[in-house]
Design a binder for this molecule. Structure first.
Ligand code: TF8
Length: 335
């Protein structure tokens, strides 16, 4: 090798190694917990997130995805993140209300008319403002995913009118808005973690529950629930969370890897969820569920009962934030 070539080769080697060093990334193991099964919209998106993180970090950051609530219910995992015993999770915003009261805004019945409105508001400034509130509680929120529009199932009778809910023992998420909403509909609302729901339905400890079609399908609720009523009573987001204790020890590059992978997972998850939801109702019927739609009159009666909780949500999250969200929804609706 001539001297000139040697110098050139050395130069290339130097540039290459400094590029690797420019990325300040250490070997990291990320325990990422979630509540649904692996073969669900949630599980598929966690898998994509894990792949993106590994790719972008040159294999240094490894995500160990742990589904089916094997690390605990949403509430238990949130506490593990706050304490620093677990790095990441995805779960419902509804179960965060006890930690960050502003999250209750996403429990507002009929807040969004469609998923596009939800995307614009959740990804916009007010969605970010609510995510930022988590920091003082020891959590970092990265992105919202779609859980989806919730629908009612039960094992007692078809719910065609408001009165049909009387006395139905209905599992709700561990959250006062959901508790109050379904009590005001006349149901006997029982808060339970999702991880206990299938067994509670199977053993008839509760008669019914409410969740998006995707979850009714992936969690096999059709095996233990006969009737499905199309109510679309609320749009539930999921939120991807990081332990702030752990996050604070990461480099800027490591944080960027997570934030970018989270955005990719969000786009993938929403598309996947919507495609699945579009087919899920037919599948649930094929599995034997009896599906009914509410008449316009009954839907309105339910709607007016459910929206009675709006004033208390506004009082809890603060009137200013409530107004800001309403304005953002109106803007999204008009665009
Ligand atoms: C519920 C939620 C659940 C989520 C999931 C376990 O009914 O809709 O789907 O919390 O992350 O609890």
């Amino acid at each position: 090798m001539k001297l000139k070539q040697l110098v050139a080769a050395l130069g290339i080697a130097l540039v290459a190694s400094s590029a690797a060093y420019a990325q300040d990334i250490k070997p990291r193991l990320i325990r990422f917990g979630y509540g649904l099964v692996e073969n669900s919209n949630q599980g598929r998106a966690v898998k994509l997130f894990a792949e993106e993180v590994e790719k972008a970090s040159g294999g240094k950051m490894k995500v160990r995805a742990i589904g089916a609530a094997a690390l605990g219910s949403d509430v238990q995992m949130q506490q593990a993140l706050i304490g620093g015993a677990q790095e990441m999770m995805v779960g419902s915003t509804a179960t965060l209300v006890g930690i960050t009261k502003e999250m209750a805004i996403w429990d507002t019945p009929f807040l969004f008319n469609n998923a596009q409105e939800a995307d614009v508001v959740l990804d916009g400034p007010v969605g970010q403002k609510i995510i930022d509130k988590l920091q003082e509680k020891g959590l970092v929120g990265l992105v919202y995913w779609e859980n989806g529009f919730r629908n009612l199932t039960n094992n007692k009778q078809p719910v065609a009118k408001l009165e049909d809910l009387n006395g139905i023992k209905l599992r709700v998420m561990q959250n006062n808005v959901f508790l109050d909403s379904f009590k005001s509909l006349g149901a006997n609302a029982v808060p339970l973690p999702f991880s206990e729901l299938f067994t509670a339905l199977e053993t008839k400890a509760v008669d019914g529950q409410e969740n998006p079609y995707n979850t009714i399908l992936s969690s096999k609720f059709y095996e233990v629930q006969k009737y499905l009523t199309v109510t679309n009573h609320v749009y539930s987001p999921w939120i991807v969370l990081v332990s702030k204790k752990w996050w604070d020890g990461l480099s800027k590059d490591e944080r960027d890897v997570l934030a970018n992978a989270a955005k990719k997972s969000r786009d993938f998850e929403r598309k996947d969820t919507r495609e699945e939801a579009a087919k899920a109702l037919a599948e649930l019927k094929a599995k034997g569920m009896q599906v009914n739609e509410l008449s316009a009159a009954e839907a309105n009666r339910m709607r007016s009962k459910l929206t009675q909780v709006n004033a208390s949500i506004a009082a809890n999250v603060g009137q200013d934030l409530w107004n800001e969200v309403q304005a953002a929804v109106e803007k999204a609706r008009a665009s």
